[in-house]
Write a protein that binds this ligand. Structure first.
Ligand SMILES: *Cc1c(COP(=O)(O)O)cnc(C)c1O
Length: 370
């Protein structure tokens, strides 16, 4: 049985009539950027995410950059960030001229290890930027407590965590601003690049709204320096259509994760994803930990059984050439390094049928137990 890692084509075929009608409308009206679909999606996503404001943008990476830039993060500043994340989180800090200060992984949840944050705070630290990784919120209470004791701002990277919540509050309600990505493979995905910023702060929203479109509200009148970080109408139309299914899809993701939990229980040699107490995990990824140095071998075995898996992420950011100048050698972040060679993401998408989940689990069980 062939099991893809995600199935975007299957989802498109189901939504085709709705999507094609919206595309036709956009092509006929030839209004391609920041029009009625963007406005409608911004309003609908803010409601779904329970935040006051949401500004659609060109990507999650641009959103991370703009939230820091708009809040004045600049050269000489330090921003604390987990070392286990997609590189865009760190890039957003670097693009402001500031320095990302990395923190190792929590051994169980793989998000930022909150016990190691305080030791990284210096006189230059201006903010903490936790990432709600794999769909699981970071442990926000200790982060908010540290931030308030040290006078630091908090920002959230929720690019993998649409509709996730921590102790009953939606992600996006904890930081000054929160970045979302709508990269095609994310829980809510566009048909190209897209992202955006959530905030509850009126003044900050006004600033973000201007900065993402060359600092302008009225055409050719520029109040501040910004960038071209606007969302396209086609992407907004896709997102608006898909948003109607997001709750249902999220419930399916959780149900598939529970089924994995149940069917993989007791398999020697793997550790199942640990849920942080109080965290409403939306399972962008279902990530198992393979013990005994057998991750790559298991991945290859599953590939031979026509099962696609993923690595998130195979090289921690501090060991990337892009950040080599920081001088963090091997051994600087031992937990992240160990986990980078042990974590394996299993196939998970809302349309995934029960027999596919059963097949994946049966193959994993037979790999370890024969
Ligand atoms: C996807 C992602 C981003 C970047 O989003 P893009 O839309 O691909 O630019 C940033 N941070 C995290 C954690 C992500 O997963």
């Amino acid at each position: 049985m062939k099991v893809p890692f995600v199935d975007l084509r299957g989802q498109y075929l189901r939504l085709k009539p709705e999507l094609d009608a919206a595309f036709q409308d956009i092509f006929e009206r030839t209004a391609f950027i920041s029009g009625k679909y963007v406005a409608a999606f911004e309003k609908a996503f803010a409601e779904a995410q329970k935040v006051k404001y949401f500004a659609g943008m060109s990507s999650g990476t641009d959103a991370v950059h703009l939230m820091l830039w708009a809040c004045g993060v600049k050269a000489g500043d330090e921003v604390i960030v987990p070392v286990n994340t997609f590189i865009a989180t760190a890039e957003g800090i670097s693009l402001c001229g500031a320095t990302p200060v990395f923190v190792d992984n929590d051994p169980d949840t793989y998000t930022i290890d909150v016990h190691q944050i305080e030791g990284k705070i210096t006189t230059k630290t201006v903010a903490i930027l936790p990432v709600h990784l794999y769909g699981q919120p970071a442990d926000m209470d200790p982060i908010l407590d540290l931030a308030s004791r040290h006078g630091l701002a908090v920002f959230e990277d929720a690019c993998q965590a649409h509709l996730a919540a921590y102790k009953g509050r939606a992600v996006g309600l904890f930081g000054r601003a929160t970045a979302f990505s709508f990269f095609p493979g994310k829980n809510l995905g566009a048909y190209g690049e897209a992202g955006g910023l959530a905030t509850n702060d009126d003044e900050l929203y006004q600033k973000i709204y201007r900065m993402r479109g060359h600092g302008s509200v009225e055409r050719y009148v520029h109040e501040i320096i910004g960038h071209n970080y606007r969302m396209e109408e086609i992407q907004a139309a896709v997102l608006l259509t898909k948003l109607r299914y997001l709750e249902e899809w999220t419930a399916r993701r959780k149900a598939i994760a529970s089924l994995y939990d149940e069917l993989l229980k007791g398999v020697d040699g793997i550790v199942l994803p640990r849920r942080l107490p109080g965290a409403d995990h939306v399972y962008h990824l279902y990530v198992i930990r393979v013990e005994g140095g057998r991750r790559d071998e298991l991945q290859n075995y599953l590939k031979s059984q026509e099962i696609d898996t993923g690595l998130h992420y195979p090289i921690p950011i501090h060991l990337q050439k892009a950040y080599a100048a920081f001088g963090h050698g091997k051994g600087s972040f031992p937990v992240a390094e160990r986990q980078a060679s042990a974590l394996l993401s299993l196939p998970l998408y809302p349309e995934m049928e029960r027999d596919k989940v059963e097949y994946v689990c049966e193959r994993i069980r037979s790999y370890f137990h024969g």
